[in-house]
Write a protein that binds this ligand. Structure first.
Ligand code: ZN
Ligand code: ZN
Length: 133
């Protein structure tokens, strides 16, 4: 199977609104360093860390992410194991949740983590409840 085909249905942990639309995840974000606020669109494709936004986010900047529906902060009190930035979290509709880094340019920014095969398999298991080994 190709991981490019794995599009995640994500929802807000607070209001349960579906945030995935097509292959995109719509969020609101605030850039701490420049105090900008606006819309941020992440790729819902597993392992793809591309971002679309009108905000001026330079590589390495941290964005505080919120649910565009209820304004709930999805930031977690834990940090990225790759770069030390705060992690954000969304629920996976099928089952479980996903954590990702809030720093632009970090590989941990990809939904599904750093895209390594172990992370992918455990995510697949959480999503589909089918043991895969
Ligand atoms: Zn919400
Ligand atoms: Zn990171």
């Amino acid at each position: 199977m190709s991981k490019q085909m794995l599009v995640m249905e994500l929802s807000c942990p607070q209001c349960k609104a579906t945030l995935t639309e097509g292959a995109k995840v719509h969020l609101d974000g605030k850039v701490k360093e420049t105090d900008q606020d606006g819309e941020i669109t992440l790729s819902a494709v597993f392992g793809d860390y591309s971002v679309e936004t009108d905000l001026d986010i330079k590589e390495g900047m941290i964005v505080e992410l919120r649910c565009p529906n209820c304004d709930w902060s999805i930031m977690l009190p834990i940090t990225c194991k790759l770069c030390g930035a705060p992690m954000a979290s969304l629920n996976i509709k099928q089952n479980g949740y996903i954590e990702f880094c809030s720093r632009r340019g970090c590989k941990g920014h990809a939904l599904g983590g750093i895209g390594d095969i172990d992370d992918m398999m455990s995510l697949m298991n959480r999503m589909f409840e089918t043991p895969y080994d």
